[in-house]
Design a protein around this ligand. Structure first.
Ligand code: G3I
Length: 315
């Protein structure tokens, strides 16, 4: 069978996966390397991972994923420079003035994006900046600095790695609605200010049978602003145990998401958030749910895998 990554490339998009760097050996590594054209470190590039103590950097996990990707001719989606979660304790536990926070943020971006300069194709520069109603999330960053932190983050990232495509990324923005309207307005404002936003990521943590009908329309309206779009964290969860009917529905759902990306010229690619059910965040965060990825716990392809392959087949 033609690897998924080659099917995707022939259709002008990439098919990527989030990975756990420590597992990139054996059968897991073989599949990650052979089937996917882009890797996103699931946790290894987050601030708590790379700077556990102030000024003490640990790039081991991130380096491993980047080296693996290079050895397998894969792109890298860097994830993520500025987020409110998985921050180191020294940062969240400190008391900082807004000016100090701004400098901590831009120094962090300079250090991390600078280290991987020229080796990361896409950076999630700012992750999950919005509330469900589309307003600015009052995170550590938003509360202290207001929306201006986003522009500063993108400018710092551009300076640190001019070749990387710089993305804003969020969840529950897949459908047209209040949150995606907020994202749309934000991107418009940033572009009007000359902020170097190259793309918008749509995480697409979806529920079985609920691929938004407006997904393609939504991707297209962002593309028409003059940015790339990408599905960055796709998974489709269900209540366990999964039945054959549910796995068939999941196949249709994966196919629908791939079709939406293929239909929008500026959709750069689709990344699944873990390619095997044994490496998915869902069971830990949604007890009783899972089976959200294209391969089962034993690395056997599920119907969803066929749904992806069939949708990416040459036309
Ligand atoms: O690093 C510790 C380890 O030392 C400890 O032994 C172990 C015990 O549970 O926990 C480890 O930390 C875990 C970490 O992943 C690294 O494996 C955390 O408990 C766990 O909560 C954390 O979950 C990650 C989650 O982000 C946390 O925010 C998931 O793996 C990761 O897939 C998930 O990814 C996020 C994206 O970054 C942003 N969008 C949503 C997506 C899903 O939540």
């Amino acid at each position: 069978d033609t690897p998924l990554r080659d099917l995707a490339a022939a259709r002008g998009i990439y098919l990527g996966t989030a990975v756990t760097g420590g597992k990139l050996t054996g059968g897991y590594g073989d599949l990650a390397g052979a089937q996917f054209g882009s890797l996103t470190p699931g946790n290894e590039m987050k601030w708590e991972a790379v700077e556990p103590a102030r000024g003490t950097y640990d790039w081991t996990g991130a380096d491993r994923v980047v080296a693996f990707a290079e050895a397998h001719g894969q792109q890298v989606r860097g994830h993520t420079l500025v987020w409110h979660s998985q921050l180191p304790g020294w940062l969240t536990g400190g008391s900082w003035t807004p000016a100090q926070l701004r400098t901590l943020m831009t120094d962090h971006i300079t250090a991390e994006a600078g280290r991987y300069k020229g080796r990361v194709d896409h950076w999630d520069v700012v992750n999950e900046p919005l509330n469900e109603d589309g307003t600015l999330r009052p995170s550590l960053w938003g509360a202290a600095l207001g929306e201006s932190y986003i522009a500063d983050a993108f400018r710092s990232a551009r300076a640190a790695d001019p070749a990387a495509k710089l993305y804003l990324n969020d969840y529950s923005t897949d459908a047209v609605g209040a949150k995606s309207d907020g994202m749309y307005a934000l991107v418009k404002r940033l572009l009007a200010q000359g902020v170097p936003v190259d793309g918008v990521g749509f995480q697409a943590h979806l529920v079985l049978g609920q691929v938004p009908a407006s997904l393609e329309t939504n991707l297209r309206r962002f593309a028409e602003l003059g940015v790339d779009v990408a599905i960055t964290e796709l998974d489709i969860r269900m209540t366990l145990p999964a039945t054959d009917a549910e796995l068939a529905q999941q196949k249709a759902d994966y196919a629908a998401v791939l079709r939406a990306c293929l239909a929008v010229t500026r959709c750069a690619g689709v990344t699944v958030w873990g390619f095997t059910d044994s490496d998915s965040w869902i069971p830990d965060f949604f007890p009783g749910q899972g089976a959200a990825t294209p391969y089962d716990e034993n690395l056997a392809p599920k119907p969803a895998h066929a749904g992806i392959a069939e949708t990416l087949a040459p036309v």
